[in-house]
Design a protein around this ligand. Structure first.
Ligand SMILES: NC(=O)c1ccc[n+]([C@@H]2O[C@H](COP(=O)([O-])OP(=O)(O)OC[C@H]3O[C@@H](n4cnc5c(N)ncnc54)[C@H](OP(=O)(O)O)[C@@H]3O)[C@@H](O)[C@H]2O)c1
Length: 185
């Protein structure tokens, strides 16, 4: 039976395929208004968001359902400080179990990183990945979008190896050289 929900990834990367600097901070030069507008609109239409524990703690939740990956719980546990958030340790519960406890039955799960979260869902299977590239921004020694990017593969090779195909690139910001490509099955 076809599934009623979709898993969609969102990231903006530097020329080298990095999403953050070596300290794990978002490089200000990677922030782009056109990309942010696309990203915010996607979050607004998503049924839920999947993210790492560090980003969950840093970015205030505006009322969205959140699936928060962490090793601080054994399997699945509500966040006592956020009624919309569910902690999930993939080593202790399957994604299907997490999805059902979260209440995601239809609509889109927006996967917003960081590195290990993007990689976890690469193995689970994205229905689509929206990859923005900032062609003028260099972050040579940062955190990659996926493990192995920057040493043995590009982000595009990782997505292709995961069974996704590139759609036509869309120029989001010509002056900044930011393009968006949606990869899908
Ligand atoms: N350019 C972009 O598009 C983009 C996208 C996303 C993030 N970023 C940037 O990247 C930085 C945040 O990334 P980050 O990697 O430092 O933090 P993060 O992904 O928000 O959180 C990392 C934490 O998530 C948990 N985690 C992740 N995968 C897990 C798994 N498979 N199993 C169990 N736990 C898992 C662990 O939590 P515990 O320590 O609790 O076990 C880990 O320490 C920020 O600067 C952010 O702005 C950029």
């Amino acid at each position: 039976m076809p599934q009623d929900y979709r898993i969609e990834g969102y990231a903006i990367v530097s020329v080298e395929g990095m999403i953050a600097d070596a300290q794990g901070e978002f490089p200000p030069q990677l922030k782009n208004d056109a990309d942010q507008r696309f990203f915010r609109a996607a979050l607004d239409s998503a049924a839920a968001v999947a993210l790492g524990r560090i980003t969950h703690e840093r970015e205030r939740n505006l009322g969205r359902r959140r699936l928060v990956l962490t090793r601080k719980v054994a399997s699945l546990q509500p966040d006592a400080d956020d009624p919309q958030a569910l902690f999930w340790n993939p080593a202790g519960a399957t994604f299907q179990a997490a999805r059902l406890v979260l209440g995601l039955r239809q609509g889109s799960l927006a996967v917003i990183g960081g590195t290990e979260v993007f990689g976890t869902f690469l193995a689970i299977g994205y229905d689509a990945f929206h990859l923005s590239r900032a062609a003028k921004v260099h972050v040579p020694h940062g955190r990659p979008i996926f493990d192995g990017v920057g040493t043995d593969a590009t982000p595009e090779e990782k997505l292709r190896m995961a069974g996704l195909k590139a759609g036509p690139p869309r120029l989001l910001d010509p002056a900044a050289g930011v393009t968006l490509t949606t990869w899908s099955r």
